[in-house]
Ligand binder design. Structure first.
Ligand SMILES: C[S@@+](CC[C@H](N)C(=O)[O-])C[C@H]1O[C@@H](n2cnc3c(N)ncnc32)[C@H](O)[C@@H]1O
Length: 276
């Protein structure tokens, strides 16, 4: 039996809303860990973490590294993961807290867990409530109805991707669309226009798209603005905006496959096959 070393890492999510979206298990790790390390932008959530954690290390300031010549977001993420690892190596039970789900568009937790395990430490991730979970609830969209594609906006722009306009399409981080330096936290109307031009290969320019921003506290109002695709470059977006593109066309039946299935001989049910 392989023995794990004393340090331990648990990555948790705080959900999107300050109150009510942290799971009881995540909260119990936040309260009992030797140290909580957080990259949580919401001030109220950060204060709450500070209050209930035995010790709290905030790594948000590391984003300022991007201002240093030769450094970019990847260096910031690496430094955050290294800070987590330092505490694990010191033999502590470390709880790393991220907003939303700790593993959805959140590479630091994946990096830290992989490194901790490679060094023989116990490391795990607990699921949290992500922006995608909130948008399904707020917009009343069931991803199972048409199927769903979900990707980072710049990744969609700079790689050749096959988009299915009969399925729901969710684009994350549109406020960083086409920002290739990985140093700045903004985009421009010209870059959004490039995004629109690429989307126009699969969608009509008058296709309605939704700018979604989940409220993160009871004083905020959830943004659910429907605009035409062509108006995207002139519509304000912030860091919390997610772009939701509903299906533009109905599902088309694959008659060849349906015919092939119908032509198959009547087969025994699966459980009969398994016990035969
Ligand atoms: C680095 S990702 C973090 C996602 C987060 N881990 C989660 O589970 O939702 C940042 C992106 O998440 C989405 N996002 C963050 N906050 C949001 C909010 N309040 N409403 C809608 N989308 C949000 C936006 O697309 C944003 O650019």
């Amino acid at each position: 039996m392989t023995e794990t070393k004393q340090g331990k890492l648990i990555c948790v999510g705080t959900g999107m809303r300050m109150a009510g979206q942290v799971t009881p298990l995540a909260q119990s790790y936040i309260e009992t860990a030797d140290v909580v390390i957080g990259a949580v932008p919401n001030l109220f959530t950060r204060k709450w973490l500070q209050e209930i954690a035995k010790e709290f290390i905030c790594v948000l300031g590391y984003y300022e590294d991007c201002d240093v010549e030769g450094k970019d977001r990847r260096d910031t993420y690496r430094r955050m993961a290294d800070t987590i690892l330092e505490q694990v190596r010191a033999g502590k039970t470390v709880c790393a807290a991220f907003y939303g789900h700790p593993g959805i568009f959140a590479c630091i937790s994946h990096m830290a867990i992989k490194d901790a395990r490679a060094e023989g430490f116990s490391a795990e991730m607990l699921p949290g409530i992500s922006a995608e979970d909130c948008l399904v609830a707020d917009l009343g969209i069931d991803p199972g109805r048409t199927g769903m594609q979900s990707m980072e906006t710049t990744q969609f722009m700079i790689y050749e991707r096959k988009i299915d306009p009969t399925a729901l399409f969710i684009l994350w981080q549109p406020f960083l669309a086409g920002e290739l330096s990985l140093k700045r936290f903004e985009t421009t109307a010209a870059r959004i226009q490039v995004l629109v031009d690429k989307l126009a290969r699969d969608y009509p320019l008058d296709h309605p798209v939704i700018l979604y921003e989940a409220a993160t506290n009871p004083l905020e109002k959830t943004r659910m603005d429907t605009i035409l695709l062509r108006d995207l470059p002139t519509t304000p977006m912030v860091g919390a905006t997610t772009l939701v593109i509903p299906a533009a066309y109905p599902l088309k039946r694959d008659e060849a496959i349906i015919a092939q299935l119908n032509a198959l001989p009547e087969a025994p049910r699966l459980e009969e096959t398994a016990t035969a």
